[in-house]
Design a protein around this ligand. Structure first.
Ligand code: ARG
Length: 576
């Protein structure tokens, strides 16, 4: 990575000139204005106080001392004390050659080597439709998994469905009263939701129904075969339904381990916490873990002796860390209940299941419907996600029609699917995950703006140039690495440095799990590539060297776009 090399060289230069001093946490960034260099650092500004010298003087000293073997940096010191860097053409071209020689590994970095991260995401509730927050969790979670893998981590993907609790007793009771197996088979989730809602409503009139539901759950907990069979059936039907959405999204979750899995371990967790004096039994039968510095102790057993959600969360943490030797567990879950997870994490630390910092809530904001209202129909009903995704696909069909009416029918359908699903994902991932976002078809499918179709179209168009030039890329790449001097003009230089930044962006996107860093970078790269494409014709160029050079540059952009989009979980069609 170029940035890393610059960083190290600066640190070395500082030590060389100023001796063994403490080096502040300086940055090496890509300046907004390309005239200020490929990279720029504030190191001298940060050192001024400590060294009691003018930043300009320090900057000059560092620049003087800077030795970068192969980058062959050109530097400029500018007031009040920045150092700007330009990477040599020779190095840029050699790097391009290297990346095109090993396209498979382009964008991969090594910061995660030897480390394992478990990422819990999606985690829907059984017998209920997937909500928009599950869609966001699935999309963001999958992007984080992909990024982690690109960075060399072993990333374990995991969903933790809500498949246990009193609500299943109510559902069983409702089914026993009104259930129709055929209806469930046809529309499992809708029908289960109907039964549940109808029962809960009836229970408002007649509270005895609630007791009945609790009894059914108790029977389920005790292993009653009939109830267990029903519950398992509801579970399987639900998971099958969720799988349809995952398949459409192209998401693959390796492990689905729901809350129910932990049922057999819960008594042991509670007993163990009591035995070690970390939990206290209340006057009733409740058990709590007192949390130092918090007014709210964490309940792990209710007064009726029943276990709760938190107990299952704790068991899951213990299991995940043991099973996968996880260095870290990420919870890609909505912003709504930060307190719950915080308390769970603190309790897990107190019980010795995890150490501080090992558990992290990767929160995200809400996805709102038009006008910032709840994502629901006019009647206030949940909009089924499958419908939303299908609408994205059918709207993309019009986009494809507009771009390429001559595409064969079959291809059109295929591309529309890739564009539609890509559009939903990119829309989500291009926002900072903490922001609430308003679902908006216009910008999602905007061919002129930051959208998947724009990126996919740029990719496809550049790809078609490559097909046309049919340059023997190997030869060109070999030639490139021999080329020295400065055959690059300013635009080409900018485009190439942007291409080469992909690994740095992967690193940035993992610092605080912000896939939008990658999404925005790709948009910037595509914009630059489009500018280049208009001012730098490839095929019409008479000069052979220039033409070859532009062709490999285009190949570099194509590879970077497709790798970057793949990390976001978005496919880039060859043609569209
Ligand atoms: N099942 C929950 C829901 O659907 C999300 C679970 C989040 N993960 C967790 N470990 N609490 O809202």
């Amino acid at each position: 990575m170029i940035r890393e090399e610059i960083q190290k060289s600066i640190a070395k230069a500082i030590h060389l000139h100023f001796g063994k001093i403490d080096i502040p946490d300086f940055s090496v960034e890509v300046p907004e204005n390309p005239e200020h260099g490929d990279y720029s650092t504030n190191a001298a500004l940060l050192l001024a106080k400590q060294l009691k010298k003018s930043p300009l003087e320090i900057a000059s000293a560092i620049a003087e001392e800077l030795r970068t073997k192969n980058l062959e940096l050109r530097t400029a010191v500018v007031p009040p004390g920045f150092i700007n860097f330009w990477v040599s053409e020779k190095f840029l071209l050699k790097s391009l050659g290297n990346m095109l020689k090993e396209p498979e590994t382009w964008g991969q970095i090594k910061i995660g080597r030897g480390k394992t991260v478990v990422v819990e995401y999606s985690s829907p509730n059984i017998a209920k439709p997937l909500g928009v927050h599950h869609l966001r969790s699935t999309i963001i979670g999958q992007a984080i998994i992909n990024l982690l893998r690109a960075a060399g981590f072993k990333a374990v993907s995991l969903s933790f469905p809500g498949d246990w609790g009193t609500q299943f007793g109510l559902l069983i009771a409702a089914y026993k009263q009104w259930g129709n197996p055929e209806k469930i088979k046809q529309h499992p989730i809708d029908e289960m939701l109907n039964l549940y809602v109808r029962y809960s409503q009836a229970a408002k009139e007649d509270p005895r129904l609630l007791d009945e539901g609790r009894r059914e759950f108790k029977k389920l907990e005790e292993g009653d075969p009939e109830n267990h069979k029903l519950w398992k059936w509801f579970l399987d039907e639900s998971l099958r339904d969720f799988e349809k959405v995952y398949r459409l999204l192209g998401v693959k979750i390796e492990h689905t381990i729901g809350e129910s899995f932990y049922e057999p371990e819960l008594k042991n967790i509670i007993q163990n916490a009591l035995d070690r004096g970390l939990a206290q039994r209340g006057e009733d039968d409740s058990v709590v873990v007192p949390i130092p510095g918090s007014d709210t102790p964490e309940i792990i057993q209710k007064s009726d002796g029943a276990t709760i959600y938190t107990t299952r969360e704790l068991a899951a943490i213990r299991h995940r860390i043991k099973e996968w030797k996880a260095d870290q567990i990420l919870y890609v879950a909505a912003n709504q209940q930060p307190f719950h997870l915080e308390q769970v994490f603190r309790s897990a630390e107190l019980l010795g299941y995890a150490h501080a910092g090992q558990l992290k809530h990767v929160k995200f904001g809400m996805m709102l419907g038009s006008e910032g209202k709840k994502f629901a129909t006019r009647e206030g009903k949940l909009i089924p996600l499958l419908e939303v995704l299908n609408e994205a696909i059918s709207r993309s069909r019009a986009v494809v029609e507009q771009l390429n009416p001559d595409l064969p029918e079959e291809k059109k359908a295929e591309v529309a699917k890739t564009v539609g699903i890509g559009a939903v994902k990119y829309f989500d991932l291009s926002h900072n995950r903490l922001s609430d976002i308003i679902f908006d078809w216009e910008s999602m499918l905007n061919l002129q703006g930051a959208s998947a179709p724009y990126l996919q179209y740029t990719h496809a168009r550049l790809k078609s140039i490559l097909r046309k030039v049919k340059a023997d890329q190997r030869e060109t790449v070999r030639g490139l690495t021999r080329m020295s001097g400065a055959p690059l003009d300013e635009m080409e230089h900018r485009l190439l440095t942007a291409v080469l930044r992909l690994p740095e962006v992967v690193e940035d996107a993992l610092k605080d799990y912000t896939p939008n860093a990658l999404a925005n970078y790709l948009y910037g790269l595509a914009q630059l590539a489009n500018e280049f494409y208009h001012s730098h014709p490839v095929m019409q160029e008479k000069d052979q060297i220039k033409r070859d050079l532009r062709a490999v540059l285009v190949a570099g952009v194509v590879l970077t776009l497709s790798k970057g989009l793949a990390m976001l979980g978005i496919e880039a069609p060859e043609e569209m």
